[in-house]
Design a protein around this ligand. Sequence first.
Ligand code: 5GP
Ligand code: 5GP
Length: 268
Amino acid sequence: MPRLTLWLVVVLVLAAAATPPATAALLESFDGQQREFDYFALALQWPGTYCRRSRHCCPSNGCCRGSNSPTVFTIHGLWPDYNDGTWPGCCSRSSFDPKEISTLTNVLEQYWPSLSCSSSSTCHGGKGSFWAHEAEKHGTCSYPVFRNEYDYFLAALNLYFKYNVTSVLNEAGYFPSNTEKYPVGGIISAIENAFHASPLIVCSKDAVEELRLCFYKDFKPRDCAVGSDIKIDMVTSKGSCPRYVSLPELGSVRHDGLQSWISDDVTL
Ligand code: 5GP
Ligand code: 5GP
């Protein structure tokens, strides 16, 4: 096992051991208004594409960490979905409590960073962190598989490390590049061959912006495709990717024609 992966497994196991059974009720107070979900989608974002939108920097923006900014897919969210292509949202009245996931914060900052400075809407009319948004909008709907915030975030991390999309793509010869274009069918096949299920890909123009992996409620991989998704040449995409796509390198985009965001004066 590579040393980094081994280290992460140790961190997660220690975090799990150090955390008492979560008491908070974020998911316990599932309001039962929406029917139970059918499957999970693990939504991953590609920083090289997403960070092109960052117009300015702030301490919470993962795009602004210079050489420590993520050069791998990072987590957007773990989303409960329905088989008909719709999904539930905001399934509980209670609010995100960052204390519940304090033992996971370091790992989350690295692998589930916000790639934006804007605060996110929460379910009850407020504003909060990216994690608060994801936990309240999607996490609350993962009941009864998860009944607390800690289990929800830990499961997302475990799936992310177990199904390592970036390393699968690297092994198949797909690396971040501002000049190469890759066949989208090749990217999908590499993931299908590795995980035996087909992902969903989302593009912004010709750049890969998101990749979604899907799982049954017992966390076994399953195909993401649902009726409303667009299928071209056996490739499932939302907002249709072209046949050849790029995986842009991080930080090469200049917003103002003068200065790249990576050279913005930011200290974390
Ligand atoms: P967009 O319109 O940018 O595709 O999605 C906006 C937001 O809607 C997402 O960030 C996510 O919260 C939600 N969303 C979009 N597609 C899906 C999906 O397939 N499943 C779930 N659960 N939420 C989605
Ligand atoms: P979603 O599209 O998941 O429903 O909403 C994401 C919300 O979180 C939006 O309000 C967006 O501005 C905010 N946000 C903060 N950081 C990120 C990020 O790294 N990626 C995405 N997709 N949204 C983010």
